[in-house]
Design a protein around this ligand. Structure first.
Ligand SMILES: [Zn+2]
Length: 295
């Protein structure tokens, strides 16, 4: 590890780095880009005796380079620190590199190939992939990802991802984006394997009342409004128009043809908070039919 003349190492303590991210809205203060470096600004790293949030600023690779080359002044950076770009816009952003081959989307244990709409809830496309705008151009991924309480957490619009500044913490490290709602609880881990694969490794989201979750090594679970749950250890979808469709009648898998292969699936009943106790519900074994194949 390189140390400066005061013996200060490059590694910024995790809590200091997080406080800087939260203050600057998880993006470069100048332009809002989420692919950032932590820049010792006042004083510069060579003169710094400690890692102090006040002296560190988020700068993207581009703006950092402009500063190093003298094309971005210290004055402009201190001005930007007073009103970071991401906070002004409500999100920080970054690109996904998507190629001209239909990308594969993996949502927990659900693998979708050649599926234009991976998840549709009450008619809204939550994860979808559109054809390239021009021949040879990239396929276009869009998604609306909410947190466990249903608040917007991240949007993907034609391969540009935008993480909301209202999140508690957003870390972009290597190919992963991690969003937490507090120190312990991870709401999203998203890994990109450019140019053909996007993996939602972990998530706890709620969209229009329907909860969907998958945590390391655990099944992917869909929980309907009435507490019915469906969990799977693995599902492969290929060539379906819609991979998973949820509406008021329940859940359909593999809509519009294509191939569906299911490793295991179980249906159950969870107890939504504030609901009628389970013992008071009518017996519903026969009526639990959240899963129906549909053509
Ligand atoms: Zn920037």
């Amino acid at each position: 590890m390189t140390k400066n003349r005061y013996g200060l190492g490059r590694d910024i303590p995790a809590d200091v780095a997080r406080a800087v991210r939260q203050r600057d809205g998880f993006g470069c203060v100048v332009c809002g880009n989420a692919i950032i470096d932590y820049e010792h600004f006042a004083p510069e790293f060579k003169d710094a005796k400690e890692h102090n949030t006040d002296g560190i600023v988020l700068l993207c690779v581009m703006c950092h380079g402009l500063k190093t080359r003298g094309r971005l002044s210290s004055q402009s950076i201190s001005d930007a620190m007073k009103s970071p770009k991401a906070l002004q816009r409500g999100f920080s952003f970054g690109p996904f590199d998507v190629g001209s081959k239909h990308p594969e989307l993996i949502l927990g244990n659900v693998v979708a190939r050649n599926v234009p709409v991976l998840l549709q809830i009450f008619g809204e496309n939550v994860f979808c992939i559109r054809e390239p705008e021009a021949k040879g151009g990239p396929f276009r991924i869009s998604a609306f990802v909410s947190d466990r309480n249903g608040a917007p957490m991240m949007h993907i619009v034609d391969n540009e991802w935008r993480t909301r500044t209202s999140n508690w913490d957003v870390r972009v490290e290597g190919k992963r984006i991690t969003i937490n709602s507090n120190v312990r609880d991870i709401d999203l881990v998203l890994r990109s394997n450019p140019p053909h694969q996007l993996v939602f490794e972990r998530f706890n989201m709620r969209h229009r009342g329907i909860a969907i979750s998958s945590n390391a090594g655990q099944p992917t679970v869909f929980e309907m409004l009435d507490g019915r749950t469906l969990s799977t250890d693995g599902m492969d979808l290929d060539g379906c128009k819609i991979g998973v469709m949820l509406d008021k009648t329940g859940l359909s898998i593999g809509v519009g043809g294509g191939a569906v292969s299911i490793k295991s699936m179980s249906v159950g009943f969870s107890q939504p908070s504030g609901s009628v106790p389970r013992s008071n519900r009518p017996s519903s074994t026969a009526s639990i039919l959240p899963f129906k194949p549909r053509k």
